[in-house]
Design a protein around this ligand. Structure first.
Ligand code: C5P
Length: 414
């Protein structure tokens, strides 16, 4: 057998570990979300230096933000704690990125025009690092042509605009302008720091179980939480890919920046995948698809009667989504998953060859269902590679890199 491929360096469990961020808060009710965002960032190992505008301090106190970030909070350009009175230079230079969250309409306008009349706007103007803004405002303020002009100018200047979200607003109105939720903001910031090994690639992923109805209230399904597939979708997006996720019935939030399509049955998953297969470069089939469906599911609830006893069901085979895509005349790079209950090494390679896949990722299913960590083996033309046990997010980032380095024409990958 050929020499097994050297595994890529294990990915850092969090792209934010060791990063130093300047988190600038401007005035808006969404300031309350920054308490949770700060907690998420510091938990991921980032250091967070907070600066607040005068208006932001009306919504949440610097004392709260200091307690959460574990660092003194700056609100004034004339803060005597900075020895040389150069807070705008010192704070700006230390940061690997500046994140303005929430970014008010007023602050976006100031940034777009290069104004520098308080600490936060001055340190943005003095920056040498990337600037990310997370807008939060009333829907009319967001859609106002002045704001839209300012946002377009900021984008043209290379500023990264995260959001806004759509939905109910603090003022009682509904529409665009709401700040991204803390988790989505966190993911967007983490995404910004990931190496873009899948830049320009379109990735299609299936995740979760399928559900095959017996009647309108009963059905059969497979054991799958969807966590691994969703983690891969998140990691691929963070690596710069355009990601489409076809998800069976799971209750997991959509990773930031990922386009999601929900399906229920294997046939629906098959239809959704076939429709997108020609528009993707990589197909990763993580879903635990039911191999069989009930032949002619009842449209009415099957009644339990003493005379009839237990019903007998007959099954028909579902289409094999992965094998279908791998057999296309010019298929995307196809990656399969196999959850086995034993003899993984034999079954994994046998499955890879049967489905004609360049790469198959195998694990011992019953030991991983619903857990947050996983231990997998990679099967490809060079043999097998064992990966250490990792949490599913870290494993997903590692697998994305393993996939990226196997793709044809890697010269395109930065
Ligand atoms: O044959 P088995 O179900 O063990 O193969 C697992 C792999 O095939 C997974 O990647 C799964 O998503 C995919 N699969 C599929 N369609 C099916 C059955 C499995 O895409 N009907």
């Amino acid at each position: 057998m050929a020499k097994p491929a050297e595994p890529a360096e294990p990915a850092q469990s969090a792209a934010l570990a060791g990063k130093h961020l300047m988190l600038g808060m401007t005035g808006g009710i969404a300031c309350y979300k920054i308490a949770e965002l700060t907690r998420l960032l510091t938990k991921a190992g980032a250091t967070v230096q907070i600066a607040m505008t005068e208006a932001a301090t009306q919504f949440i106190t610097p004392v709260t933000m200091q307690a959460l970030s574990g660092r003194p909070v700056y609100t004034s350009q004339w803060d005597a704690r900075i020895g040389n009175n150069m807070a705008h230079i010192d704070l700006s230079r230390e940061a690997q990125a500046i994140v303005i969250a929430p970014a008010s309409a007023d602050f976006l306008a100031k940034l777009a025009h290069g104004m520098a009349d308080d600490l936060l706007s001055t340190l943005c103007l003095a920056r040498e690092c990337e600037l990310l803004v997370v807008p939060a405002m009333n829907r009319q303020m967001w859609s106002n042509s002045a704001t839209q002009r300012n946002v377009a100018q900021l984008r043209a200047d290379g500023v990264h605009v995260l959001g806004p979200d759509s939905g109910a607003q603090a003022c009682g109105e509904v529409g665009d302008g709401r700040m991204l939720e803390p988790h989505a903001t966190f993911e967007a910031i983490a995404s910004f720091f990931q190496p873009k090994v899948l830049a320009g690639r379109r990735v299609l992923i299936t995740a979760g179980p399928t559900f095959e109805p017996i009647d309108p209230v009963r059905g059969i399904t497979n054991r799958s939480s969807g966590k691994m597939g969703f983690a891969l979708a998140r990691a691929a997006q963070q690596a710069g890919a355009d990601v489409r996720l076809v998800a069976g019935p799971v209750s997991l939030p959509t990773p930031w920046g990922v386009v999601r399509e929900d399906v229920e049955t294997a046939q629906q998953m098959y239809d959704a995948v076939v429709q997108s297969a020609n528009d993707c470069d990589v197909f990763i089939a993580v879903a635990a698809v039911a191999d069989w469906r009930v032949d002619q599911a009842s449209s009415q609830k099957i009644k339990k009667t003493a005379e009839r006893g237990a019903p007998s069901l007959s099954f028909v085979e579902n289409p094999d989504i992965l094998a279908t895509i791998a057999a296309l005349p010019s298929p995307p790079y196809c990656v399969g998953f196999a959850a086995e209950s034993g003899e993984l090494e034999t079954h994994g390679e046998e499955k890879r060859l049967r489905k004609k896949l360049p790469l198959l990722i195998g694990n011992l299913g019953p030991q991983t269902f619903g857990r947050n960590d996983n231990e997998v083996v990679l099967f490809d033309n060079n043999g097998l590679t064992r990966m250490p046990r990792m949490d599913k997010d870290a494993l997903a980032a590692t697998l994305v890199r393993e996939i990226a380095r196997r793709l044809p024409d890697t010269s395109l990958i930065s």
